[in-house]
Ligand binder design. Structure first.
Ligand SMILES: Cc1cc2nc3c(=O)[nH]c(=O)nc-3n(C[C@H](O)[C@H](O)[C@H](O)COP(=O)(O)OP(=O)(O)OC[C@H]3O[C@@H](n4cnc5c(N)ncnc54)[C@H](O)[C@@H]3O)c2cc1C
Length: 390
């Protein structure tokens, strides 16, 4: 599709929606973002932007803005939960392009994107909840307030509970993984270095990394449990259950947990990757297409890659072929990342102390004798350059 004079409507003003709005606007489309919330804002939490996501921000002209707001990650340090001894260290300076893995506050990334989208001339309309989408030429949108609108292309970037995915794929019930995640940001009381620490315990793990020049620490703490919790950050918890779930973790973890006030609590669900990503005049991206468990820290990075790929495919080909090519380029890669994240939790949560010790010992030995190999297992994720591929 030629972008000039074409109207693109993006449903959802999250990381994926804002990135695709900018990518389409930069190519000349008339862009409207419909967001259900009354303000575009993010939960107080951090996010890891890996080199594959950064390449997209660079291509959008936002790489420096991200670097100005983020901390460069030096390593991932896997640790035993109780004593806190390091089991394995992945030195991120060994990545092909050192200094390209970042930790950033989600609100800072969203602000950067919103500013760029507004400056580009794209429109963002708030309090616009989309209730139905009908593929067609033009595709049609129904809003909860009774309004209707349409566009040459409607992009469903409406996250986990996507209405647009439903229109293309029907309803699919997610499966509770029997894991919950608490999320909190606390002051950096423990002189936490610029690395992601993963403390691994039986049935639980806790990830911490710094934000905002090291002034704050982002905490994500995952626990296996049988009772169901909703899949939404709007559910806040008291600090005590989080502290008590991790009370036998190392003293530096206790110091961080002591500073938690009102953590968000999120039930972790497995959703299938959408089978159909596109229809006449409609496409999906981000969590709407491929919700993922957080164990590879790739959800937002995939959404950024999707955004670039979709705009680049539309620039190259007329619409039906462009959307088919987009799904073809993206679906297998995203499904592989989602499957890798699905398979990761058990490695952190080994319950049998003998098996855990043996596994940690093996990891440590491998990390010492073949550090480059340990990191190279993620090359297919981090070295991927969607801006070259698409
Ligand atoms: C604990 C945890 C940690 C994570 N850490 C990382 C990480 O370190 N790195 C990483 O890459 N990813 C991470 N992720 C995943 C990442 O947060 C998501 O994959 C990413 O935010 C998805 O972006 P999105 O734009 O697709 O969807 P969202 O961010 O969910 O945005 C969707 C937007 O659409 C709006 N919307 C929804 N429905 C409608 C509607 N009907 N009408 C209008 N608007 C609507 C919503 O209000 C929202 O603004 C993590 C996730 C979790 C749970």
């Amino acid at each position: 599709m030629r972008f000039e004079g074409r109207r693109v409507v993006v449903v959802g003003g999250g990381i994926g929606g804002l990135a695709v709005a900018l990518a389409c606007r930069q190519r000349g489309a008339e862009v409207l973002v419909l967001e259900q919330a009354q303000a575009i804002e993010e939960v107080g939490a951090g996010i890891q932007i890996s080199p594959n996501g950064l390449r997209v921000l660079d291509a959008l002209g936002l790489g420096q803005g991200l670097r100005d707001r983020a901390c460069i990650a030096s390593a991932v340090s896997l640790r035993d939960h109780s004593g806190g001894a390091e089991v394995l260290r992945l030195d991120l300076s060994r990545l092909a392009e050192a200094g390209t893995y970042h930790f950033v506050h989600r609100a800072d990334l969203i602000d950067l994107l919103v500013e760029a989208v507004r400056a580009s001339g794209a429109q963002i309309r708030l309090l616009q909840r989309v209730v139905a989408v009908r593929p067609g030429a033009p595709a049609q949108i129904d809003l909860a307030n009774g309004d209707r609108c349409g566009g040459d292309l409607v992009i469903g970037a409406d996250g986990l509970h996507s209405a647009v995915r439903g229109a293309l794929n029907g309803a699919v019930a997610p499966v509770f993984t029997r894991q919950v995640a608490w999320r909190a940001v606390v002051p950096n009381l423990a002189s936490h270095p610029p690395e992601a620490r993963v403390h691994m315990g039986p049935g639980r793990h806790l990830v911490s990394y710094p934000l905002r020049g090291g002034a704050q620490i982002n905490l994500v703490a995952v626990e296996e449990r049988s009772d169901w919790v909703a899949e939404s950050w709007s559910h806040l918890d008291a600090p005590e259950p989080m502290r008590s779930a991790f009370q036998d973790f190392a003293p530096d973890v206790q110091a961080l947990l002591g500073a938690v006030e009102r953590p968000g609590l999120w039930g972790l669900f497995r959703h299938p990757v959408a089978r159909v990503w596109q229809g006449e005049g409609v496409a999906l991206l981000g969590d709407a297409a491929h919700p993922t468990l957080p164990f590879m820290a790739q959800g937002a990075n995939m959404a950024l890659e999707d955004a670039w790929a979709l705009a680049a495919c539309l620039e190259r080909d007329p619409q039906p072929q462009a959307l088919v090519r987009y799904q073809h380029l993206r679906r297998d890669r995203c499904a592989r990342i989602v499957a890798t994240a699905d398979g990761n939790a058990w490695k952190y949560h080994l319950k049998n102390p003998l098996i855990r010790s043996a596994a940690h010992l093996a990891m440590g030995v491998l990390g010492r004798v073949a550090p480059a190999r340990m990191l190279a297992q993620f090359d297919w994720i981090y070295r991927y350059d969607v801006t070259a591929e698409a």
